[in-house]
Design a binder for this molecule. Structure first.
Ligand SMILES: [Zn+2]
Length: 314
């Protein structure tokens, strides 16, 4: 294959649903076309990946941490992303898409914004297009989000000294897979939930236990047959079922490897659907890190009632 044709789009925001503030489209200042490429040195003119693909930049919104996005604002940004990618795909098929996300965005009245967006993008371009994302480790990875994408990774450092390196790695992972014959591009994905939710202040990768844990992430990522390994600690400042830690390994052989990242037996990871948040509460109260004040704060926040005017149908 010659140069692959790769779409770029995304909504990147870390949104606390406990804040009364809202983050509007204007505050997310969406970039379109060439401005998206110029914002990242690796694919900007003269960058290492500038000529590695025919880039098709559609729309990229990005904001500083804040409150949730008003639902209409989210739906119109989603519509622009989906119709832009669909139009590009109809003009000449896309081989891949880079979905640039933080992983902890929220829209008022909608659970799992990133899952909603990923499913819509997948439906617009079909199953053959490879979709890759590089996220913040404070993002969330619901099963439907993981299912809709092909390549997922996140930062391995908190504070996030490796943010740009991670964004570039997500793009390189995609380009590497697109260089394979069409039948061999799709990686296997192994997803495992870790039923605990800790605040970022307690999960610095400079300190234990995160320091050892993230060393294992890098070790597993280097194994034969593995494309990438990632550990999301999750985002505690939103009350959604998806908010908990997740480990994923992608590659030609990934099965069983999340447990190796976590340092657990396979059976120790995961929980039956429906008990996830409750079990996360219990573990946060009595389990890892429970001696500090911060985990109890996280539990308290999770227990706050959903505000009826901000949650559709609940
Ligand atoms: Zn973060």
């Amino acid at each position: 294959m010659g140069r692959p044709r790769v779409g770029i789009a995304g909504i990147s925001l870390e949104a606390s649903t406990f804040s009364p503030a809202l983050t509007t489209t204007g505050m997310l200042a969406p970039k379109r076309g060439q401005a998206i490429l110029e914002a990242r040195e690796f694919w900007a003119a003269g960058g290492a990946l500038a000529e590695a693909a025919e880039w098709v930049p559609v729309m990229q919104a990005r904001g500083i941490p804040g409150g949730a996005i008003p639902l209409d604002d989210y739906l119109s940004m989603k519509a622009e992303i989906v119709s832009g990618l669909a139009a590009a795909h109809a003009e000449r098929p896309l081989d891949g898409i880079v979905l640039d996300l933080h992983g902890a965005a929220s829209a008022v009245g909608l659970d799992d914004l990133e899952g909603d967006l990923a499913v819509a993008v997948r439906e617009a371009v079909g199953g053959d297009v490879l979709i890759s994302t590089g996220m913040d480790l404070h993002g969330n990875v619901s099963p439907r989000f993981a299912e809709a994408l092909d390549l997922l990774t996140c930062y391995r450092m908190a504070p996030h000294e490796d943010w740009l390196e991670t964004k570039e790695r997500a793009v390189r992972n995609l380009l590497d897979r697109l260089a394979l014959p069409a039948g061999e591009r799709k990686p296997v994905k192994a997803w495992a939930m870790v039923p605990v939710l800790l605040p970022g202040e307690k999960t610095s990768t400079r300190l234990e236990p995160a320091a050892s844990l993230y060393r294992r992430v890098a070790e597993v990522a280097e194994l034969d047959g593995v494309v990438d390994a990632a550990y999301w600690v999750g985002y505690p400042w939103a009350d959604e079922p998806r908010n908990h830690a997740v480990v994923m390994v992608t590659g030609d052989s990934a099965e069983g490897l999340p447990a190796r990242v976590h340092g657990a037996r396979r059976g120790d990871l995961g929980a039956p659907p429906g008990v996830r948040v409750r079990r996360a509460h219990r573990l946060a109260r009595g389990g890892a890190g429970a001696r500090g004040r911060q985990p109890r704060d996280a539990v308290r926040h999770l227990r706050l009632r959903r505000q009826p005017d901000r949650r559709r149908g609940r």
